[in-house]
Design a protein around this ligand. Structure first.
Ligand code: FAD
Ligand code: UDP
Length: 365
């Protein structure tokens, strides 16, 4: 078998670059995917009660990158959706991220912006150099907020203390001195109208694209000739673990369906201090699916056993990745893309942007 381009992984990285090669260059491409479906972690599907489930956890598209929004809009319309998250603490449901309303509801206060600034000024812990994710919260909001909303959630999510995690993890969450209770502030926010899988199918529509599912690339790659390989799987596996195993955090996703119109107030409720799961997502609240007397929820149980979802940003693994990175930089006909290969906690928008950039800079030239 001979293909000019072979792509490992039919996640959003692989699909985006396949689409560009097939439609802009009019070249043939083979995608090899080990799971039985396309989409990687953005895959969604209808369950037996006809509710659209995001099988690998809640996915909200949000970006300030017009180029990415415009590109994906070629393949989907959008349900306008602004994500709201509540956190279950001390018997209350308070808005996440931290804003004026969070403090007022959590501590029965009546602060305005200046009041919040004064409150934080008293609470925050002076930290000279922010090194860890724990430092981020202590420096921005103080110890009580850290212990109520972040400490245990983070330990559950990562299986280690926020002390050991790179500051970039919790820096994903803003601290706001206003009443904005949205999870994201980006200009473009939404959910693909017919779901992520349908969007991905449209991206893959070209006859130039062949997809082989249920196949670990290592089982067939020696029989395929190619000029360029695009790899989006775990990087340690690619190099046969030559510098040791990299850790990836995974999640077990458990769904439950109830004969009710509604299960909870908002699409996602976080449970920092109770239960073994981190959060509950109610899908109808994300997709606005109009269905009476049925609703499906999902609980996320973190671990290491299931599909790799997150690179593991402790210093030990970030350093270990650098060994692989040196080898990656030397490769001439291999392009590495995505969360697993680049070992970076990317959201969907940067995944698409990186794939578009790689196409322009490394393939089209
Ligand atoms: P993946 O989707 O992991 O794709 C890689 C593909 O490679 C997989 O399909 C895998 O099966 C395949 N593969 C691996 N090894 C092999 C092999 N040996 N042979 C063949 N194929 C292989 N982003 C947002 O922007 N907004 C959100 O709200 C959001 N929520 C998220 C919630 C959760 C729980 C998670 C886990 C992620 C979330 N993300 C979100 C991030 C988003 O899922 C990723 O940015 C995106 O899916 C990464 O795409 P990818 O192609 O790099 O990786
Ligand atoms: N986090 C937390 N409490 C929360 C929400 C998030 O401690 O209620 C921390 C946790 O460490 C998490 C990180 O902030 O991994 C980033 O949160 P985000 O919602 O971006 O995580 P994701 O949706 O990627 O799982």
């Amino acid at each position: 078998m001979k293909y000019k381009y072979v792509i490992i992984g039919a996640g959003l990285s692989g699909i985006t670059i396949a689409e560009r090669i097939a439609n802009e260059l009019n070249e043939k491409v083979l995608i090899i995917e080990k799971r039985p479906h396309i989409g990687g972690n953005v895959y969604d599907s209808y369950n037996e009660d006809n509710i659209l489930i995001q099988n690998y956890g809640p996915h909200i598209f949000h970006t300030n990158e017009k180029q990415v929004y415009d590109y994906l809009s070629n393949f989907t319309e959008w349900i306008p959706y602004e994500h709201k998250v509540l956190s279950s603490v001390d018997g209350k449901l308070v808005p996440m991220p931290i804003c004026i309303d969070t403090l007022n509801e959590l501590y029965d206060l009546d602060l305005d912006e200046e009041g919040m600034r004064n409150w934080i000024e008293k609470e925050k812990v002076p930290i000279k150099e922010i090194k860890s994710s724990e430092d981020v919260v202590l420096a921005n909001a103080g110890r009580d907020i850290y212990e109520k909303l972040f400490k245990n959630y983070t330990e559950k999510q990562w299986g280690t203390s926020a002390k050991n995690l790179d500051s970039s993890v919790i820096s994903r969450i803003p601290f706001r001195f206003n009443h904005d209770t949205r999870y994201f502030e980006d200009k473009y926010q939404g959910i693909p109208k017919d779901g992520y899988t349908k969007m991905c199918e449209k991206m893959l529509e070209s006859d130039n694209i062949k997809i082989k599912l249920n196949t670990d690339y290592k089982n067939i790659i020696d029989d395929i000739e190619y000029d360029t390989l695009i790899y989006t799987g775990p990087i340690d596996y690619f190099y046969d673990f030559k510098y040791g195993k990299l850790l990836y955090r995974s999640l077990k996703f458990i769904t439950e369906t109830y004969d009710e119109d509604s299960y909870q107030e908002v699409a996602v409720v976080n449970y920092p201090n109770d239960y073994d799961f981190t959060r509950i997502t109610e899908f109808k609240k994300l997709t606005f699916q109009d269905l009476k007397n049925k609703t499906t929820i999902m609980k996320e149980y973190p671990g290491f056993e299931d599909e790799p979802c997150y690179p593991y940003p402790t210093q030990e693994y970030l350093d270990k990745f650098q060994n692989y990175k040196k080898d990656m930089d030397k490769e001439e006909n291999i392009i590495f893309l995505g969360r697993l290969a680049q070992y970076k906690y990317y959201n969907m928008d940067l995944i698409v942007k990186n794939a578009l950039d790689a196409f322009e800079d490394k393939i089209k030239v």
